[in-house]
Design a protein around this ligand. Structure first.
Ligand code: PLP
Length: 374
């Protein structure tokens, strides 16, 4: 990547964030050091409380990462070999990987062209007597059509698991993502909307039985030391990450608001040039990613790179065409909307500390490209 007057503009700037939060972070982290407890301690408990109250769920459980959150949700619902779970092919690999890890079979359904999320209209025909759950993904920070998905789930006696790993703070009809289905799953991977400075995850639910089950499963199937009631996992959120997240919680809504503002400016500038994100009514898109769509995607990425601006493709290969899922026997052409998006989509830099000056520079480079390639 070349330099420009700002140096280089990355997709996300975690260094800047750490610099701004350095003092409150050090205070919180020192408290952990002074406590001498590093796993399943006071910070983790406090974070679970704060998260439940923010998200509007009865229970939250800190876990090792977002992938484990998904696996634990599936295990709590007794999903495993012989079961099918319906999900989207246009997501990060971990969504379907988690399903396969339990021994269940991922079954893909194509996406909506507007939101890039699973298309409820194509969902019902994929339900068989093996189907146990729908795992929806709120991709890029935009909620899926939960009303339709919940209706289909309830008509067919299926669970709804929300992969909200890209959607902390996202809203759908006044409710937070992760608080709408049966179980919600979040990732605190550093580059996410609400990230730690290491791995971390969260499971949310309103059901006490599932809460109790996951509470045991995340800790080797044990509630009481050396008494193991189930085959579980080792997947807990550590105290340092919880402390970092507690510090960042104070800034969460202002940071999400900044993302939304940056997205508005992009859309205002690009509306007539490319396909920009669609936001259906009564939804709060929190813009984990800001994506545009265009034929000359690779050329624009190259032009941005030549001007010192990062961009990224989420996701270049839909999951049904991944080598790891060859055994599912899907073909090219099975999910045309997802395949088309994979060819055309491009994510631009978006993060809370992206300055107006830098964004104006990005916009000017993109606009100039559009003029020369109209
Ligand atoms: C990041 C992500 C995951 C996995 O989260 P990790 O914390 O990295 O394990 C799962 N699903 C989606 C949609 C993600 O973006």
């Amino acid at each position: 990547m070349q330099n420009n007057k700002f140096g280089q503009i990355p997709m996300v700037d975690l260094k800047e964030e750490a610099k701004l939060l350095r003092n409150p972070l050090l205070t919180e982290l020192t408290e952990v050091l002074n406590s001498g407890g590093y796993i399943l301690g006071e910070k983790g408990k406090k974070l679970e409380k704060v998260a439940s109250s923010y998200l509007g769920t009865s229970y939250s459980l800190g876990v090792g990462n977002g992938t484990d959150a998904l696996i634990l949700a599936l295990k709590a619902l007794d999903i495993g070999p012989g079961d099918e779970v319906i999900t989207t092919p246009f997501t990060f690999f971990a969504t379907a990987e988690a399903i396969a890890q339990t021994g269940a079979k991922p079954v893909f359904v194509d996406i909506e062209e507007t939101t890039y999320n699973i298309d409820p209209e194509k969902l019902e025909e994929k339900i068989t007597h093996h189907t146990k759950a729908i795992m929806v993904v709120h991709l890029f920070g935009q909620a899926a059509n939960m009303q339709e998905i919940k209706r289909i789930a309830s008509d067919n006696n299926l669970y709804v698991i929300e992969d909200a790993c890209q959607a902390f703070g996202t809203e759908y009809q006044g409710k937070k993502a992760g608080a709408i289905g049966d179980i919600g799953c979040f990732s605190f991977f550093p580059s996410k909307n609400f990230g730690a400075f290491g791995d971390g995850g969260l499971v949310t639910t309103n059901q006490k039985v599932w809460y109790e089950k996951i509470n045991i499963l995340r800790n080797h199937g044990s509630e009481q030391k050396y008494h193991h009631a189930a085959i579980g996992m080792n997947s807990r959120l550590d105290e340092f990450q919880a402390a970092i997240l507690l510090t960042k919680f104070i800034y969460l809504d202002s940071y999400l608001h900044k993302r939304i503002e940056i997205a508005r400016r992009y859309t205002h500038s690009f509306n007539n040039l490319f396909k920009t994100p669609t936001i259906p009514e009564r939804r709060r898109h929190t813009f984990h990613q800001y994506c545009i769509e265009l034929d000359k995607r690779d050329e624009l990425a190259k032009e941005l790179n030549n001007n010192g601006i990062a961009s990224a493709i989420y996701y270049p290969i839909p999951l049904h065409l991944q080598k790891a899922f060859h055994y599912l026997d899907y073909q090219k052409g099975d999910f045309p909307i997802a395949e088309k998006a994979a060819q055309r989509i491009l994510a631009l830099p978006i993060f809370p500390t992206l300055s107006v000056e830098k964004q104006d520079y990005i916009i000017s480079v993109v606009k100039k490209f559009a003029e020369n390639n109209g």
